[in-house]
Design a binder for this molecule. Structure first.
Ligand code: GDP
Ligand code: ZN
Length: 291
C-alpha cells in the first residue's frame, strides 16, 4: 500500500494525541517512537511531516519535526513571531519585575515583545505613565480596554499574518481581549474560570487558534512567576537596551555599585527610567553569579 506523507502544523497536543492542521483540515496523529529516540518532543507550533491516515477511523503518524525558528518553555510553543505581554493598569496591579522578566524571556528567544497595558478604562493617566516609561526604553506598547472599540481594532491589526503568544498574569484580561478581537470565540473569562483552568483535575493543554486566516494566537493560562534560565549577573544588562548608549568608567560595568557608572548617573538625571533601573537591580540581586 502506498504511504502518503504530508506536512502541517501542530496546533494542539492533548493526552498523547497531536492535532495537525493542514489546509483547513485537522488530522489526529500519534508520534513515532523514533522521534522519542531522537529526544524530540513535538510542540504546538511545530511544522511536521505526518503519514496520512488511510481513512477517518485511523490515526496519522508524525514522522518528522522541522527545525524550529524559536520556542518557549512556558508555554511550550514554537515558531512564534511575537509575544503580547498583557498587564492591567489595576485589578490586579502590575508587577513590573514580572513584566521585565517576560520581556527578557521573549528577547532571549528572539521573539518580538509587545507590552499590552489593559483595563485603561480604570485609570487612563496611570496607563499612559507606565506606557511612557517603556516606550522610552524602546519597547512597543499598546493600551487597551475590552470596552474601548478602537483599542481592540488596533490589537486586531497587530495580529494579522502572525503567530502571537499572549502571556501575562491571570486576571489581566487576556481572554476578554481575545473574545473582543474575535467575537464568538467564547474563551472563558473571570476569576472562577481561571481557578478552574489551574485546577488539579483539569488537563492543562496548549492550543493555537487561527483567529483569522494565517493569524494564529496562543492563549496561555496565566502564571505568576517565571524562571530566567541562562541569565546571570553578567549578561542581564544585555536585556536593557537603554543602558547601551553609555560608556561607564569600566568597560565591564554592571551598573551596580561601580564608581563612574554613567547609567546610574542618567537614572538620577531622569534620562533612563527609574522604574526600569530599579527592576534591573532587583532582578540582578535575584540572579546567580555567572556560569
Ligand atoms: P485572563 O485571566 O488574563 O484571561 O483575564 P480575563 O479575561 O479572565 O479577565 C479577568 C477579569 O478582568 C474579568 O472579570 C474581566 O471582565 C475583567 N476585564 C478584562 N478586561 C477588562 C478591561 O479592559 N477593563 C475592565 N475594567 N475589566 C476587564
Ligand atoms: Zn555602569
Amino acid at each position: 500500500m502506498e504511504i502518503k506523507i504530508e506536512t502541517g502544523k501542530i496546533i494542539k497536543i492533548l493526552g498523547g494525541f497531536y492535532y495537525i492542521y493542514n489546509n483547513d483540515y485537522i488530522v489526529e496523529c500519534r508520534a513515532r517512537g523514533s522521534l522519542r529516540n531522537d529526544k524530540i518532543k513535538p510542540l504546538v507550533g511545530d511544522i511536521a511531516d505526518y503519514r496520512v491516515p488511510i481513512d477517518e477511523e485511523h490515526l496519522g503518524y508524525i514522522e518528522k519535526i522541522y527545525k524550529r525558528k524559536n520556542y518557549l518553555i512556558r508555554p511550550p510553543v514554537s515558531n512564534i513571531d511575537q509575544s503580547i505581554i498583557v498587564f492591567s493598569v489595576k485589578n490586579p496591579k502590575p508587577n513590573f519585575i514580572l513584566l521585565d522578566k517576560f520581556l527578557i524571556n521573549s528577547i532571549k528567544e528572539k521573539i518580538e515583545p509587545i507590552i499590552c497595558i489593559n483595563k485603561i478604562d480604570l485609570d487612563k493617566d496611570k496607563a499612559e505613565e507606565i506606557s511612557n516609561n517603556y516606550i522610552n526604553s524602546g519597547f512597543k506598547v499598546i493600551l487597551t480596554s475590552k470596552d474601548i472599540k478602537e483599542t481592540i481594532v488596533k490589537l486586531r491589526n497587530m495580529l494579522k499574518n502572525k503567530t502571537t503568544v499572549f502571556a501575562g498574569p491571570s486576571g489581566t484580561g487576556k481572554s476578554s481581549l481575545l473574545n473582543e478581537v474575535k467575537p464568538g470565540l467564547g474563551l472563558k473569562t473571570g476569576e472562577i474560570s481561571q481557578k478552574l483552568k489551574r485546577g488539579k483535575h483539569t488537563t492543562r493543554h496548549v492550543e493555537m487558534i487561527e483567529i483569522y486566516k494565517k493569524s494564529w494566537v496562543v492563549d496561555t493560562a496565566g502564571f505568576s512567576n517565571l524562571n530566567l534560565n541562562g541569565i546571570d549577573k553578567y549578561n542581564l544588562k544585555e536585556y536593557y537596551n537603554e543602558f547601551d548608549d553609555y560608556f561607564c568608567k569600566f568597560n565591564d560595568c554592571l551598573h551596580y555599585k561601580e564608581p563612574g557608572c554613567l547609567v546610574r548617573k542618567e537614572v538620577d538625571n531622569g534620562k533612563i527610567s527609574k522604574l526600569r533601573y530599579n527592576n534591573y537591580l532587583k532582578i540582578f540581586n535575584e540572579t546567580k553569579e555567572g556560569f
